[in-house]
Write a protein that binds this ligand. Structure first.
Ligand code: KG4
Ligand code: ZN
Length: 344
């Protein structure tokens, strides 16, 4: 069973083919990605209309590319999966429209996938895939959630951010430091040369006793420091970047350990763009090793948005019999879509 996956929820056009025909986990055959970072950089953030138009330009050539790479013909595709939400409505519509038109043309079913389920299941494409059950930390540009995952479609929300997402905290702080969009990786690189102790920044909700997060106050604290430093910011940028990253990592680390303790589970999965952050990986790696907890990540290049995770989530849903028998080609998208709604 061959699944084509199309991701277009934000600023990356991703296409991939996964083969779910074997006995083991579905296998990634090929994937191609076009990032719109250069397109949006001048605006300091994603411009939705430009994103939609670029997805239109990129999607078909990327499909041709993955077919060529995987030596497959269009007719060999059994399912066409696409990101149905959450994300930018116009951007989602490009992927959904294309996927449903292609599926209809081929006489094959189409399947709308939840973007966060894609992130959540992306570590199953790695060389060290997890086993159920596990605690998942989903940290992306739009979401910060801790979840108990007992199987495909069996997700229980343990806690989430009350305001900004962790990626948003990285991006907004980076912008204040004069770094280009998307700021997370830039801030992280700058932080390597800085002293995290040089600034005292808040760790919101660190001792709240629950598994929720809040990052809006951190951004405000960074803004206050930037304003206080004024022209003196230049030489202190690396220190402020390091202090910001340390505050975010501290909170994510503490809540992960609390979630593991609360659930009694011994396995942690970290997925989503911020999962690429090396400081976070080091911190969680050390803590989990001390506690005898296994940590799993997607491959570094599959942490941020991609088509492989969408094809994989579709393939795992199909394997778990969680897909309706037949699928219509009339499509809608869900810009806001709680993950709980796709639970079995
Ligand atoms: O999962 P993703 O590609 O898109 C969403 O679904 O939102 O995540 C993008 C987010 C951005 O906020 C970006 O700055 C952040 O992930 N990010 C990082 C790193 N790489 C990506 N944040 C911190 N350190 C990184 N190395
Ligand atoms: Zn994402």
């Amino acid at each position: 069973m061959v699944v084509l996956g199309i991701e277009s929820s934000c600023d990356e056009t991703g296409v991939a083919v996964v083969d779910a025909g074997g006995a083991g986990l579905p296998v990634l055959k090929a994937q191609a990605l076009h990032s719109q970072i250069d397109l949006h950089q001048a605006y300091g953030g994603v411009v939705p209309e430009l994103a939609s138009r670029d997805h239109i330009r990129r999607a078909l050539p990327l499909i041709e590319q993955v077919l060529e790479q995987s030596a497959l013909k269009l007719g060999q595709i059994d399912w066409v999966a696409y990101t149905r939400g959450p994300g930018l409505a116009g951007a989602l519509l490009v992927g959904a429209g294309l996927a449903c038109a292609l599926a209809a043309g081929l006489g094959k079913p189409a399947l709308g996938v939840h973007h966060l389920e894609g992130h959540l299941l992306s570590p199953f494409l790695s060389d060290d895939p997890p086993e159920f059950p596990f605690v998942a930390l989903l940290v992306s540009g739009g979401h910060t959630q801790l979840m108990r995952v007992d199987g495909v479609g069996r997700y229980a929300l343990l806690g989430e951010t009350l305001d900004d997402a962790a990626g948003e905290a990285f991006d907004k702080s980076a912008k204040l430091l004069g770094l280009p969009y998307p700021g997370g990786p830039h801030l992280s690189r700058l932080a390597q040369a800085g002293d995290a102790q040089a600034f005292k920044l808040p760790r919101p909700l660190l001792h709240s006793g629950d598994l929720d997060f809040s990052f809006a106050g951190l951004k405000t604290a960074v803004l206050t420091q930037v304003q206080r430093l004024g022209d003196g910011l230049g030489p202190r940028r690396a220190d402020l970047a390091a202090a910001t990253q340390a505050a975010i990592v501290d909170v994510l680390h503490a809540k992960c350990m609390a979630a593991l303790q609360a659930t009694g589970l011994r396995r942690l999965v970290v997925a989503g763009g911020v999962g690429a952050n090396l400081a976070l990986r080091q911190r969680l790696g050390a803590a989990c090793q001390r506690q005898g907890v296994r940590v799993h990540y997607p491959e570094l290049h599959l942490c941020t948005d991609n088509g492989a995770m969408i094809a994989m989530a579709a393939a795992m849903r199909l394997r778990a019999d969680l897909v309706p028998e037949q699928s219509a080609y009339a499509f809608d998208v869900k810009p806001r879509w709680p993950l709980q709604e796709v639970c079995a």
